[in-house]
Write a protein that binds this ligand. Structure first.
Ligand code: NAD
Length: 500
C-alpha cells in the first residue's frame, strides 16, 4: 500500500500554509477516480504573499548574490536528493497521474539530470566582450531578473517543473511555481528537497490552485517580470494577452500534432517500434508525441497491418505494475475528451486497433491504444491535438505531398523522419515547419539543444544557454578608452563650433 498524504498545502517563505480563505480543491486518482486528497486552492491573495516572499528573497537574500559555484553546489545537492528519492517520486507521480511506473521513474531521473545540467552550465557560463581598439570596450553583465512565475501542466509534472526550476534558480532568480491542478502530488516533495539541499528561505515558493485563479493571478501580478508557461496553445494565447499590459518576458511551450514521416526505403522494423513508442509512451499524453504517421504508398499496407498488430499487443495495465506500457489517463475530463475524439475518428478514418476501453477495464481512465488508418488531412483527428494513445495514419505518394501533409496543421513542435536517403533526410527535415526534427530516431534529446516549437506550438526556445538567456538580463556596459566621442553642444560664443 502506498503511503499518501491526505492534504497538500502551499509552500511560501519557507512555511507550509493553507490558503488565506481556507479554500481547497479535490484531487482524484486516475484508476478509481475517487478523491484521495484535498489541496489548498490558491487565489490572488495567496499569490500576493508568495510573490512578496520571493521578492524579499530576491532583493534582500543571498541567492542572487551568491557565486555561481555556490549556487551550483546547492543545485547538485538537489539533483542528488531527487536521485536518491526517485522510487518515491515515481510512486507518487504514477499514482497521481496514471503514468506507468517504469516511465515515471525515468522522468524522475531526468528531473535530477535537469538540475545537474544547469548546475554545470552556470559555472561554465562566459559572457561576451567586444573591443574597438583604442576606443571602447563593451562587456555583457548578466543579471538575474527577479521573481519568475512558473506554470506547468499535468503530463510528467515533476520533470517539467524541474525543467523550469533548474535554469530559473541556477541563474539567481527566485520563483513562484503554480503546478497543474490535476497532479499536485509530486510537486509537494520539492520543498523538503530544497530545504535539505540548503536553498535559502523564500527562493522557492509554490502555490497550488486552479489555472483561472492562482495561475491567472500570477500572470497578472506586476511584481513578476517573467512567466515560463507549458500547456495548451489556447491557454498560452490567453496568458500572452494577460501578460501584455505588463510587457513581461514570456516563454511558451505549447501543444503539438507532430508528424512521423516514413519513406519506403526506411528501416521498417525500427520505424514501427519508434512510432509505436512515440505515441503510446507516457499514455500518449506527450507534447512531442508523433500522433500523425505519414507513410509512403509502396509500404503503406504492410506498415498499417504490422503497426495495428503491434498496437494491439501494447500492454495496458495498472500504472503501478512494472509490466504496464500504457496506464490510466490523468483525469475523467481528459478521458472523456480522448474518448470523444475516438468516436469522431470512427467516421473520419478506418479503425484498425483499439477504439475504446480495453477489455477488462470497466472503470478508471483506461484507453486501448487506438489506430486509425486512411485518415484524410482535413479530419479533426489529423489536425487537432488529442493528447492520448490515439494515432492517425495517412498515405502519401510524393515527397512534396508528404511535406504538405506534415506542414498542414497549425502546430509545429516536433517531427520524425524515417529514410535512409541522406540527401532527402536533410532537405526534408529542413523544410518541415517544426522546432525539433529527429532523423531515424525517436525523441531523444541532448539537453544542450534548443527546445521549443514554431507556429501554435510555442514562442521562444529554451534548452542549454537559451534557458540561461531567458532567465537573465544581458546588460551591455560600454567603456570609453579614447576621446569622448561626441560634438560639444552649447559651447560659449567665440569658441570653435565644430566640437570634437
Ligand atoms: P493547460 O493549458 O490546461 O494547463 C497548464 C497550466 O496552466 C496548469 O497549471 C493550469 O492550471 C494553468 N492555467 C490554466 N489556465 C490558466 C490561466 N488562464 N492563466 C494562468 N494559468 C492557467 O494544459 P494541460 O492540459 O495541463 O497540459 C497539456 C498541454 O500541455 C498539451 O497541449 C501539451 O501539448 C502541452 N505541453 C507542451 C509541452 C511543450 O514543451 N511544448 C510540454 C508538455 C505539455
Amino acid at each position: 500500500m502506498i503511503d499518501l498524504p491526505d492534504r497538500i498545502q502551499h509552500y511560501i517563505g519557507g512555511q507550509s500554509v493553507d490558503s488565506i480563505d481556507g479554500s481547497t480543491f479535490d484531487v482524484l486518482d486516475p484508476v478509481t477516480n475517487q478523491t484521495y486528497l484535498t489541496a489548498a486552492a490558491g487565489k490572488q491573495a495567496d499569490i500576493d504573499v508568495a510573490v512578496s516572499a520571493a521578492r524579499k528573497a530576491f532583493t534582500e537574500g543571498p541567492w542572487p548574490r551568491m557565486l555561481p559555484r555556490e549556487r551550483s553546489r546547492i543545485l547538485h545537492r538537489i539533483a542528488d536528493l531527487v536521485e536518491s528519492r526517485d522510487q518515491r517520486l515515481a510512486e507518487l507521480e504514477s499514482y497521481d497521474s496514471g503514468l506507468p511506473i517504469t516511465q515515471a521513474l525515468g522522468q524522475a531521473r531526468r528531473a535530477a539530470e535537469n538540475f545537474r545540467f544547469f548546475a554545470d552550465l552556470v559555472v561554465a557560463q562566459r559572457d561576451d566582450t567586444y573591443k574597438v581598439p583604442g576606443r571602447q570596450i563593451n562587456y555583457v553583465n548578466r543579471k538575474p531578473i527577479g521573481v519568475a512565475g512558473l506554470i506547468t501542466p499535468w503530463n510528467t509534472p515533476f520533470m517539467l517543473e524541474s525543467w523550469k526550476l533548474g535554469p530559473a534558480l541556477a541563474t539567481g532568480n527566485t520563483v513562484v511555481l503554480k503546478p497543474a491542478e490535476f497532479t499536485p502530488l509530486s510537486a509537494s516533495l520539492w520543498s523538503g528537497i530544497f530545504e535539505e539541499a540548503g536553498l535559502p528561505e523564500g527562493v522557492f515558493n509554490l502555490v497550488n490552485g486552479l489555472g483561472e485563479q492562482a495561475g491567472d493571478a500570477l500572470v497578472k501580478h506586476a511584481g513578476v517580470p517573467l512567466i515560463s508557461f507549458t500547456g495548451e496553445s489556447s491557454t498560452g494565447q490567453l496568458i500572452f494577452a494577460n501578460a501584455a499590459p505588463h510587457l513581461k518576458g514570456l516563454s511558451m511551450e505549447l501543444g503539438g500534432k507532430s508528424p512521423a514521416i516514413v519513406f519506403a526505403d526506411a528501416d521498417l522494423e525500427a520505424a514501427i517500434n519508434a512510432t509505436i513508442f512515440g505515441v503510446f509512451s507516457l499514455n500518449g499524453e506527450r507534447c512531442t508525441a508523433g500522433s500523425r504517421i505519414l507513410v509512403e504508398r509502396p509500404i503503406y499496407d504492410e506498415f498499417v497491418e504490422r503497426y495495428a498488430a503491434q498496437a494491439k499487443r501494447v500492454i495496458v495495465g495498472h500504472p503501478n505494475d512494472p509490466k504496464t506500457e500504457v496506464g490510466a489517463l490523468v483525469h475523467p475530463e481528459h478521458f472523456d475528451k480522448v474518448m470523444s475524439y475516438i468516436e469522431i475518428g470512427k467516421s473520419e478514418g478506418r479503425l484498425v486497433a483499439g477504439g475504446g476501453r480495453p477489455d477488462g477495464f470497466e472503470t478508471g481512465n483506461f484507453v486501448a491504444p487506438t489506430v486509425f488508418a486512411d485518415v484524410p488531412s482535413d479530419a479533426r483527428i489529423f489536425t487537432e491535438e488529442i493528447f492520448g494513445p490515439v494515432v492517425a495514419i495517412t498515405p502519401f505518394d510524393t515527397e512534396a505531398e508528404a511535406l504538405e501533409l506534415a506542414n498542414g496543421v497549425k502546430y509545429g513542435l516536433a517531427a520524425y523522419v524515417w529514410t535512409n536517403d541522406l540527401k532527402r533526410s536533410h532537405n526534408f527535415a529542413q523544410a518541415i515547419e517544426a522546432g525539433m526534427v529527429w532523423l531515424n530516431s525517436n525523441n531523444v534529446r541532448d539537453l544542450r539543444t534548443p527546445f521549443g516549437g514554431v507556429k501554435a506550438s510555442g514562442l521562444g526556445h529554451e534548452g542549454g544557454y537559451r534557458s540561461i538567456d531567458f532567465y537573465t538580463d544581458q546588460q551591455a556596459v560600454h567603456i570609453n578608452l579614447g576621446e569622448v566621442h561626441n560634438p560639444v553642444f552649447g559651447k560659449p560664443a567665440g569658441t570653435d563650433q565644430q566640437g570634437s
